[in-house]
Design a binder for this molecule. Structure first.
Ligand code: SAM
Length: 287
């Protein structure tokens, strides 16, 4: 069978799937091409290329998995984040393109410093921490997460990417060495910010596949983790340190208010990423 026909068939299968969020135009076709390239060893075949039967069958199997809602990075075992290949395993949150903006904001604030220190709370697969370690090699980078699976994967990713970063298990700041108190230049965090009652409204491909503790802090407004971070962060930040927090556009105003209530200065919500919507709230350490 030709590549063109296989992609068309897969696109139709994915379009018909009730488990996929069809939010982006041509998403299904893009994913079909991505899976075919994966099956062919990385490079996308020409539309007229004849695909051997064994590979075509393997491709159909992967498309069937995707049609159940399984995220592509879980199927492929990896994804790309700011130009680095991150390994991904079920049980750990999948790095999102939208978080690249958070990493970019951290890199901008760390590059000019002499001996920068960065902490990535709730690091998951090590996403933001490893992007920073890759782009600011002189930085001392730490990542923490409550999940042992996440920290094991983050350490594996550090070896995979070939960068220097320290990962610790712990609740919020719990896993960090005490010597970092008052010395951290940038704290990044992409928290579980979905309110408990909102979980049911998430697309199947998220709520059926990613662990619930990566999505919600079980609070009624999705701001429980946010408030704890704002309360505890000042003790860890250096005098000119920044807290950078990813959120969803609908919650940005509430998160910004929490920063102000917590005494943070120069608080702003910033727009970025492909969709140019508010994704990151930033603030300087309170005096
Ligand atoms: C939305 S995911 C973000 C993961 C990663 N930063 C990323 O952007 O790919 C939230 C992460 O918070 C972690 N988490 C949840 N509660 C936590 C807590 N109390 N302390 C530390 N990490 C926590 C979860 O295990 C999960 O990895």
């Amino acid at each position: 069978m030709r590549a063109r026909a296989l992609v068309a068939e897969a696109t139709n299968t994915l379009k018909a799937s009730p488990s996929i969020d069809h939010w982006q135009k041509s998403r299904e076709r893009y994913e079909a091409r991505d899976l075919l390239a994966f099956v062919m060893g990385g490079a996308e075949p020409e539309p007229d290329a004849k695909i051997p039967r064994v590979r075509a069958e393997r491709f159909r199997g992967l498309v069937a998995r995707r049609a159940t809602g399984e995220p592509i990075p879980y199927i492929k075992g990896h994804t790309e984040f700011r130009g680095i290949e991150m390994l991904v395993t079920p049980g750990v949150f999948v790095p999102r393109d939208s978080s690249e903006f958070l990493a970019e904001q951290a890199v901008r604030r760390l590059r000019g410093r002499k001996a920068p220190v960065h902490v990535d709370l709730a690091t998951g697969a090590g996403t933001i921490a490893l992007a920073v370690a890759n782009e600011v090699p002189k930085a001392d980078v730490y990542g923490t997460d409550l999940s042992g699976d996440a920290i094991r994967l983050a350490r594996k990713n550090a070896r995979h990417v070939g960068v220097r970063a320290t990962f610790r298990t712990g609740d919020l700041f719990g896993g960090l060495p005490g010597k970092l108190k008052g010395r951290v230049d940038v704290i990044t965090v992409h928290p579980p910010y979905v309110a408990e009652h909102e979980i049911v409204d998430l697309p199947d491909e998220i709520k059926e596949w990613e662990p619930v503790h990566t999505l919600t802090d079980n609070s009624g407004d999705g701001l429980g983790f946010v408030r704890r971070t704002i309360e505890e962060a000042p003790a860890w930040l250096s005098k000119k340190g920044w807290l950078l927090m990813e959120t969803d556009p609908d919650r940005a105003r509430d998160v910004k208010r929490e920063f102000v209530v917590g005494g943070f200065r120069d608080v702003e919500s910033t727009k970025g990423g492909e969709l140019k919507v508010t994704r990151v709230v930033v603030g300087r350490r309170p005096r």
